[in-house]
Design a protein. Structure first.
Length: 227
């Protein structure tokens, strides 16, 4: 069954029945324009296009509805502008969409709380692993490294698969990165225009000295890494 079609005229038109005009919207019957009141559609309200869920619900709830179109001269075609639906149907559709939006918002809040709790647990686990590998690292520094590298959306080592699995190489890389930026002049070298690889070479010895000190004397021999 073809839907009723209401046209938004580009030119000024008058109703063929009641002579009222210019018409904002009209229906063509036998190629003659009729206003919505004369076409028994005046009680409907306009719902602009743009919200697919609201449009679908309003159309389904409305006993009478019509498609509103306007001619696009550049594209030489009629384009949908929205619907005319019963006011009570639109109100019901808006209420349903609002309930859905509230439900989605509550679900997002619950999901965010669960993610935050998981992040807190993982940060604590990562802190413990850093202290296992570097028992002489200060506790607050280990916690800062864990929080920084595991920050959601950061793309840092702690968010990689290896980092989440507490891979020793990934955890060590996170600690090494922290030492590089906070305990050496690496960032200053970069700001002076020193190429990254050269800047890393210059600070490599200082980084390894700090890592060795944090590992402790009992692990120093086997704990040295390369930059």
């Amino acid at each position: 069954m073809e839907p009723l079609v209401v046209v938004e005229p580009l030119k000024q038109r008058r109703c063929a029945d009641c002579r009222r005009g210019p018409l904002e919207r009209m229906i063509l019957e036998f190629n003659s324009p009729s206003c919505l009141d004369c076409a028994d559609l005046g009680h409907l309200v306009f719902l602009p296009r743009g919200n697919a869920a609201l449009t679908r619900r309003a159309r389904e709830a409305s006993g009478l509805w019509a498609v509103v179109v306007r001619h696009n001269r550049q594209r030489t075609r009629y384009e949908r502008q929205g619907l005319l639906v019963e006011e009570v149907a639109l109100a019901r559709a808006e209420a349903a969409c609002l309930a859905d939006a509230e439900a989605r918002a509550r679900r997002r809040e619950r999901d965010a709380s669960r993610r935050a709790a998981r992040d807190v647990r993982f940060t604590a686990t990562l802190t413990a692993e850093i202290l296992r590998l570097f028992p002489y690292c200060p506790l607050d520094r280990a916690a800062d490294v864990a929080a920084h590298t595991s920050e959601r959306g950061s793309g840092r080592v702690g968010r990689t698969a290896a980092g989440r699995a507490l891979d020793e190489g990934a955890v060590t890389a996170a600690v090494r990165a922290s030492v590089r930026h906070l305990d050496t002049p690496y960032d200053t070298l970069l700001m002076r225009g020193i190429p990254r690889h050269e800047a890393r070479r210059r600070v490599a010895e200082a980084i390894e000295a700090t890592l060795a000190r944090w590992r402790g004397p009992e692990r120093e021999a086997g704990g040295m890494g390369t930059e």
